[in-house]
Design a binder for this molecule. Structure first.
Ligand code: FAD
Ligand code: NA7
Length: 487
């Protein structure tokens, strides 16, 4: 280890990317410290070590989604012979749910703490900022400051939910930082923003029995295949989620009864209002880069986003690196942060030259009926390669398990985007239906191995599954033939 510095690697941010890099670095013999600090949300919510995914992201989100799926299953089970009490009398207990979710999170926080100790990664509950390019000042909870020096510094500070600049937003609104530990049941909820976080929250709240409304400024799920995105919204609407399109909130006021009066403006500039118990903002996330005092070392941020444009995770300051949600134009996903952090540590301390591949990363929207995808959307493929070069295959399908409870199959839909000629390489796969993430993950590996459409068709399905529908797909959009199941 370099005698000039206290550490070989100092990581700012103990979330998905930072912890993965720290663990890999110590495994390779480096001396490592991690600073992690959670600034309370505007309504005062705070949490432990591990970052967004564990505390206020993927994990609590998936657990609440699971609670929603179980509620659905209770209703279906009668059709399968289960003698359940009248489903209308079955209710979810919000306190019991949040307690179970929070207990799981606390156990993960604890395991993370223990793992850092056994691996001899030094952990400090301190908010870090740059003094110079090798020195970080860490501010502890009690206000005390401590200096840390390191040969290499990794920025893995992630981001936090944004709030709009309208009266009442900060005072009365909440975000995904608060919902998973909310003491009181949310009641009638307005979710503002139609990205994946907004749709997921509105989806599980509706399924848990709360009146949920999504306010959409422009389109649903920007960046995703728009036909798939609209199908997801249609399915949510069918299940009772309300959508207000082309609307922007303008004011939130608290009434004497404690409920929230929300004003919004439509595209004709007409003002509307309604009363909600909870207003949840899911309008995107802002990176926590300004707080690092980047000006102290001349660290460049992208002006429009305040994110970091790194080349192979290296910033414009050679010994300062960045991974995860702070990276400009990279997918904001936990496995992306982890993979990039791990590979970076191997390059820094393990003589590796392997670079992170950010292309064709699969993802899933855990809406009530899930949407999983990998690769290009229909519109992106056409924009990049031209309509003549692209073939779109699509199909509606009927999951076997939907028949007995007579579940609606109208939005179970899949799509394959491929080159029309040559090897007919598959460029994108899109799946709406049960267990979408489980379905898409394996196909993501196939795409990484240059899956072609003939190879997909030559794959023997597993019957009866929903994933096998991809091996049966044959109708092209171009043909105009009916993509509905013919049986
Ligand atoms: P984070 O995990 O955010 O960690 C950064 C840490 O650094 C935090 O603990 C922060 O408090 C701390 N910190 C910040 N500034 C400082 C400082 N100056 N000093 C010290 N510490 C600091 N991804 C998926 O892959 N799948 C999902 O299903 C999914 N669902 C999500 C659902 C929600 C509601 C949200 C909000 C996110 C979800 N994500 C999901 C995204 C995922 O959580 C992030 O991509 C991931 O956590 C990013 O990791 P990171 O290491 O960049 O940052
Ligand atoms: P996203 O995916 O950035 O989506 C934000 C949504 O909020 C999107 O529908 C926006 O509409 C909408 N939005 C943004 N600003 C406003 C304001 N001021 N008022 C109303 N609606 C607004 O964010 P998420 O929170 O879902 O996800 C966070 C990140 O995780 C995201 O960047 C993903 O890459 C991963 P728009 O389409 O801009 O009109």
């Amino acid at each position: 280890s370099d005698q000039k510095f206290m550490y070989d690697l100092l990581v700012i941010g103990g979330g998905s990317g930072g912890l993965a890099a720290a663990k890999e670095a110590v495994n390779l013999g480096a001396k490592v410290a991690v600073l992690d600090f959670v600034t309370p949300s505007p309504r005062g919510t705070t949490w432990g070590l591990g970052g967004t995914c564990v505390n206020v992201g993927c994990i609590p989100k998936k657990l609440m989604h699971q609670a929603a799926l179980l509620g659905e299953a209770i209703h279906e089970s009668a059709a399968y012979g289960w003698q359940v009490p009248d489903p209308k009398t079955i209710k979810n207990d919000w306190q019991a749910l949040t307690t179970a979710v929070q207990n799981h999170i606390k156990s993960v926080n604890w395991v993370t703490r223990v793992e850092l100790r056994t691996k001899k990664i030094e952990y400090f509950n301190a908010l870090g900022y740059f003094k110079d390019q090798h020195t970080i000042c860490g501010k502890m909870k009690n206000g005390e400051e401590k200096l840390f020096t390191a040969k290499n510094i990794l920025i893995a500070v992630g981001g936090r939910p944004r709030y709009p600049d309208i009266p009442g937003a900060l005072e009365y609104g909440i975000s995904s930082d608060d919902i998973f530990s909310l003491e009181k049941a949310p009641g009638k909820t307005l979710v503002i923003g139609a990205g994946y976080i907004g749709l997921e929250c509105a989806g599980f709240l509706n399924s848990l029995g709360y009146d949920a409304t999504v306010m959409v400024r422009s389109i649903v799920l920007r960046g995703f295949d728009q036909q798939m995105a609209n199908t997801i919204a249609q399915e949510m609407e069918r299940r009772g989620v309300h959508f207000i399109y082309q609307a922007k909130p303008s004011k939130i006021e608290k009434q004497t009864d404690g409920r929230l009066l929300v004003n919004w403006v439509d595209k004709e500039r007409q003002t509307h209002q309604d009363i909600f118990d909870t207003v949840l903002f899911a309008i995107g996330r802002k990176p926590l880069t300004e707080e690092l005092k980047p000006e102290n070392i001349g660290l460049q941020l992208v002006p429009e986003t305040a994110k970091i444009e790194a080349i192979d995770e290296q910033t414009n300051i050679p010994n300062v690196y960045a991974v995860g949600d702070v990276l400009h134009k990279k997918p904001e996903l936990t496995p992306v942060a982890i993979h990039a952090g791990r590979l970076l540590a191997r390059r820094l301390f393990g003589n590796s030259t392997e670079q992170m591949d950010y292309v064709n990363v699969a993802t899933t929207v855990f809406s009530p009926l899930e949407y999983g995808c990998v690769g290009l959307s229909e519109e992106a493929a056409i924009a990049i390669h031209g309509e003549d070069k692209i073939e779109i295959y699509h199909a509606y399908y009927k999951p076997t398990e939907f028949f007995i409870p007579q579940k609606d199959v109208s939005n179970c839909y899949i799509k394959v985007v491929a080159f029309r000629n040559g090897d007919q390489r598959v460029l994108g796969m899109h799946f709406i239906g049960p267990n979408a993430g489980e379905v898409i993950q394996g196909f993501a590996a196939a795409i990484k191995c240059n899956l072609t459409f003939p190879k997909l068709k030559d794959t023997v399905g597993i019957h009866p599954t929903v994933a096998e529908e991809f091996t049966r797909i044959s109708v092209t959009k171009r043909s105009g033939l009916d993509p509905k199941p013919q049986s």
